[in-house]
Write a protein of this length. Structure first.
Lengths: 417, 99
């Protein structure tokens, strides 16, 4: 028996396990290692704080998300030995592999910022990137009666880079609905030089911040959360006071990758941007949020990578050369509040452009423009996720980006995409 | 290539990574009021190396860890927004998000 071992059964690991299971004969064992007994639909964490999503709808037993013929080792990874092609586990016997896929994602690390886990943690300092954090924040928002609501990205890279912006837009709508928007200052604090950092987005979407009265504090590198004074302090000694702080802490790869030859300083795996092979080991691939790639850490990216990586794994098994097929394609709905959303579609080379995004059988959806249909498509995507994306049933979107429907002239006017 | 001849984008970042040279970096830094010493160079070379490997301009924490320079010290070396200044002087793209 030969083995493909997949570390992590999140979006990327589960999708590629199903794809490979379909394509490989019974002489191959397709196995995943994941210590958690549940699978979390992470995009739901954005809506949970506002009471627009429920835990029941976004959490499933992991066993129910893994199809027949996939072995699940419910255990945590301790170390990887790429010479012996063996993975040591926390509890069980070591596992050998013929090919290894690292799909262990990324996690928030509030412990890396002085004072973040201090007295204010989960009292008036919250994250919404974990189920626990998002649920606690729902309660805090329900009790919020106005003041300074500060949204703070500590540093890039983060999962779903548009989520903090979506949170700000949804918070604006939520506070208005509760009648306390005029009693609330909504502040968006970013280490980058703007809430929008690409030329077209800045030009076409800047109005959203103005219209919603969201203040933006730029180039703010958070060094400390001071729970006594209720301020965040930057490395250059600027202070932003808050009554309620919603923070996006630094992200890192899994702890078993820290200080290994496979990964960089933030424990993200050094990965070939086009073939998705790990750079520093043979017979190892990396998919989804665990890579060090400049593509977004997002579910759509994991899905597109799973399509293309499956073909490359089959090539590797046949001793053929890998195809440099991944182009950084990402496709995301961006909630803008009041029942509207935008759709963005881009890759390594092309920034999000306006136009129409054709989906066979569903019709075109407008790109880089707010509309209600995009909002409903985003909300319905949860069902696509459970029933098609995870079990790797066909989804009619190309894994590589297409220029069909996109207005290239918009980028040309600004001097290139 | 000299400072006058080199192409930059609207925000002052080098249009092409290949136009970069140590001389140009020195000129760019002087223009920003910074005299480059070995400490600066350690940070700049690290940022260039990471961008070359991963295809995106690194955040300060990654630069700090690899170059073994505390973030506080990076702020002293490059006051007024080190992430942008480092990218400009090192001739790598602006640190960006996806929108």
């Amino acid at each position: 028996m030969k083995t493909i071992l997949i570390l992590g059964a999140g979006t990327a690991g589960t999708a590629i396990a199903h794809k490979l299971r379909r394509r490989l004969s019974s002489e191959w064992d397709v196995a995943v290692v994941d210590p958690s007994s549940t699978h979390l639909y992470q995009p739901g964490l954005l809506f949970l704080p506002f009471g627009d999503e429920t835990e029941e709808r976004i959490v499933r037993e992991r066993g129910s998300t893994l199809g027949k013929g996939i072995t699940w080792h419910k255990d945590a990874v301790k170390t990887i030995d790429t010479e012996l092609r063996r993975v040591e586990l926390e509890a069980g016997d070591p596992l050998s592999y013929d090919f290894l896929i690292i799909a262990s994602g990324s996690e928030i690390r509030p412990d890396m910022i002085d004072g973040m886990l201090g007295d204010g943690w989960q009292k008036n300092v919250f994250d919404f990137y974990t189920l626990e954090g998002s649920k606690a924040l729902q309660q805090a928002l329900a009790n919020f009666e106005g003041g300074r609501l500060v949204l703070n990205i500590v540093e890039m890279p983060i999962k779903c880079p548009v989520a903090p912006l979506e949170f700000a837009f949804l918070a604006d709508a939520y506070l208005a609905k509760r009648g306390i928007r005029d009693k609330t200052e909504l502040v968006y604090v970013t280490p980058l030089d703007g809430a929008f950092t690409k030329p077209l987005a800045s030009k076409t979407l800047g109005y959203l911040l103005e219209e919603k009265g969201i203040q933006v504090e730029t180039e703010f590198m958070t060094g400390e959360v001071d729970s006594e004074k209720n301020v965040i302090r930057s490395y250059d000694e600027r202070e932003v006071p808050y009554d309620l702080l919603v923070t996006i802490p630094p992200h890192m790869g899994s702890s078993f990758l820290e200080d290994t030859d496979l990964a960089d300083e933030l424990a993200f795996v050094a990965t070939d941007p086009y073939t998705l092979a790990a750079k520093n080991a043979e017979r190892v691939f990396c998919i989804g949020d665990a890579t060090d790639l400049p593509s977004s850490k997002a579910g759509s990216v994991a899905h597109f990578q799973a399509d293309l990586m499956t073909e490359n794994i089959l090539r590797a098994i046949d001793d053929e050369e890998l195809e440099p097929s991944f182009d950084g394609h990402s496709n995301c709905f961006v909630e803008t509040g009041h029942g509207k959303a935008m759709l963005i579609d881009f890759n390594y080379e092309t920034e999000p452009l306006p136009g129409q995004f054709p989906i066979p059988g569903i019709g075109p959806l407008p790109l880089l423009k707010e509309c209600r249909r995009n909002h409903w498509a985003k909300r319905l995507f949860r069902l696509v996720y459970w029933h098609a994306l995870l079990p790797a049933r066909p989804i009619p979107i190309s894994p590589t980006m297409s220029l069909a429907g996109k207005q290239l002239s918009a980028a040309a006017e600004l001097g290139g995409a | 290539m000299s400072l006058e001849a080199v192409q930059t984008d609207a925000e002052g970042y080098l249009a092409s990574r290949d136009d970069w040279s140590e001389e140009l970096a020195n000129e760019l830094a002087t223009q920003m009021g910074i005299e480059l010493n070995d400490e600066h160079w350690k940070v700049l070379n690290t940022a260039r190396a990471i961008e070359g490997e991963s295809g995106s301009s690194p955040g300060l924490r990654k630069i700090s860890k690899r170059s073994e320079t505390p973030i506080k010290s990076i702020y002293k070396l490059f006051p007024d927004g080190p992430a942008k200044l480092i990218a400009k002087i090192a001739g790598i793209p602006k640190p960006k998000s996806c929108l």
